[in-house]
Design a protein around this ligand. Structure first.
Ligand code: GLU
Ligand code: MG
Length: 442
């Protein structure tokens, strides 16, 4: 049973004086899309009769098969607190359907739902708690975003150093108003950098929450004259922004990653899940880290991962097991960044972890040392692989991973083709670094 019935929504629209309903969905590249309908159309909207032209959405269908329908998930109904409170605006997150009533395979939300059904067949529910890092930058006199900040604060600092503090506070309060639970929010290591952690939820809700979160951060930053960005490495020589995801599997209401009697109280299933993630980490990297810029974050020294290792404490590894046990036992994957499509990334991580469980894989030994302190040859000697160094390498790794391709479904090819084009465009640019370094000397 869901939270809201159709009757509930009709009543809410009436009682709350909602004038517009935004029907939202996410494209395969992780961009939020929406069409607004007036409240007079609510019956049609709830019946899934609102159409869109799929051929106009990047990475979606071809022109000759472009009609698609938006079927709202009623439980996602919420009022947008930053819109006028007289004649309010609500939103509904939707699934995209084909005219014949089948789920559209290029809708990432449908991709995740399919992956979750596979987990359910094994008796599992998949929970995720995301930690989102982002920068708040100043805008120039024309309102254009810059990479400047007058904030000089660092990790866990508080005002008056921290100029973004009031924006961060507003985001946390707004999200709570929208029904999301914020667990923590703080200043991050770099000047102008912030983090907000959401309470764990089932993976579908968690992915919806991330999309809501990003919209709220961007909108409220703009309202406060700042620009919020999830760009993974906006400034050279400063920490980048990640989106760590804390994953756990539950069966019959119990966290199956916890086992009181196993070493470090981590169950065999948890270890197999970790092994599966490590086996496919290169394969899903092009999803978790989808931009050319994502790979500039993978440099030693900034608490971003570079190598395929796990540990129960160390923040230089790809996978960390945070301290809490019992219901809170979880596996933290540190590679994703906030520009990823969370639906696709969660589907891929789940497929990878379940593959580890099905094949009963054993993870390599834990890596307790600071991996940044080791040389590349030492790492090679120990057989430790690294994450792809570029979007191109990541796309090659994705193409070589049939499990992740199949988790993504038939639209994987479109994703890869468009991302290869993005890489090619970048590859042929002449950067300022090259001009500075070579123009005079050569
Ligand atoms: N900003 C770091 C990253 O790029 C993570 C810092 C932390 O451990 O929270 O992933
Ligand atoms: Mg952080």
């Amino acid at each position: 049973m869901g939270k809201y019935s159709r009757t509930d929504i009709l009543r809410l629209v009436e009682d709350e004086d909602v004038q517009f309903i935004r029907m939202q969905f996410t494209d395969i590249f992780g961009q939020l899309k929406n069409v607004a309908v007036t409240s007079s159309q609510i019956q049609r909207a709830l019946a899934g009769e609102i159409m869109l032209d799929g051929s106009s959405i990047q990475g979606s269908v071809r022109v000759e098969e472009s009609d698609q329908y938006l079927q709202p998930d009623l439980d996602t109904f919420t009022i947008l607190p930053w819109r006028p409170q007289y004649g309010k605006v609500a939103r509904l997150i939707c699934n995209v359907y084909n005219p014949d009533g089948t789920p559209f395979a290029g809708d990432p939300r449908n991709v995740l739902k399919r992956a979750l059904e596979a987990a359910e067949d094994m008796g599992f529910t998949f929970n995720i708690g995301p930690e989102l890092e982002f920068f708040l930058f100043q805008t120039d006199e024309n309102g254009k975003p810059t990479t400047r900040t007058s904030d000089e604060a660092g990790y866990f600092d508080l005002g008056p150093l921290d100029h973004g503090e009031s924006t961060r506070r507003e985001v946390a309060l707004t999200l709570e108003q929208m029904g999301l639970e914020v667990e923590a929010s703080h200043h991050e290591a770099a000047a102008g950098q912030h983090e907000i952690d959401l309470k764990y939820a089932d993976a579908l809700t968690a992915a919806d929450n991330i999309m809501t979160f990003k919209l709220a951060v961007k909108t409220l930053a703009q309202k406060n004259g700042l620009h919020a960005t999830f760009m993974p490495k906006p400034v050279h020589g400063m920490a980048g922004s990640g989106m760590h995801i804390n994953m756990s599997l539950f069966r019959d209401g119990r966290n199956v990653f916890y086992d009181e009697d196993s070493p470090e109280q981590l169950s065999a299933l948890a270890r197999q899940f970790i092994a599966g993630l490590l086996a496919h980490a290169k394969g899903f990297c092009a999803l978790a880290n989808p931009l050319v810029n994502s790979y500039k974050r993978f440099v030693p020294g900034y608490e971003a991962p570079c190598y395929l290792t796990w540990s129960s404490s160390n923040r230089s590894t790809l996978i960390r097991i945070p301290d809490s046990r019992g219901r809170g036992t979880r596996v933290e994957l540190r590679s994703p960044d906030g520009t990823c499509n969370p639906y696709l990334v969660f589907a891929a991580c789940l497929a990878a972890g379940l593959d580890g469980i099905r094949r009963e894989l054993t993870p390599p030994p834990e890596f307790p040392a600071n991996i940044y302190a080791m040389s590349r040859s030492e790492l090679t000697e120990r057989g430790i692989g690294s994450l792809p160094l570029s979007l191109e390498d990541a796309l090659d790794a994705l193409e070589a991973d049939p499990l992740i391709l199949s988790a993504m479904g038939p639209y994987a090819a479109r994703y890869i083709a468009e991302k290869r084009q993005e890489w090619e465009e970048y590859r042929t640019q002449i950067s300022q670094w090259e001009v500075d370094r070579y123009l005079i000397a050569w």
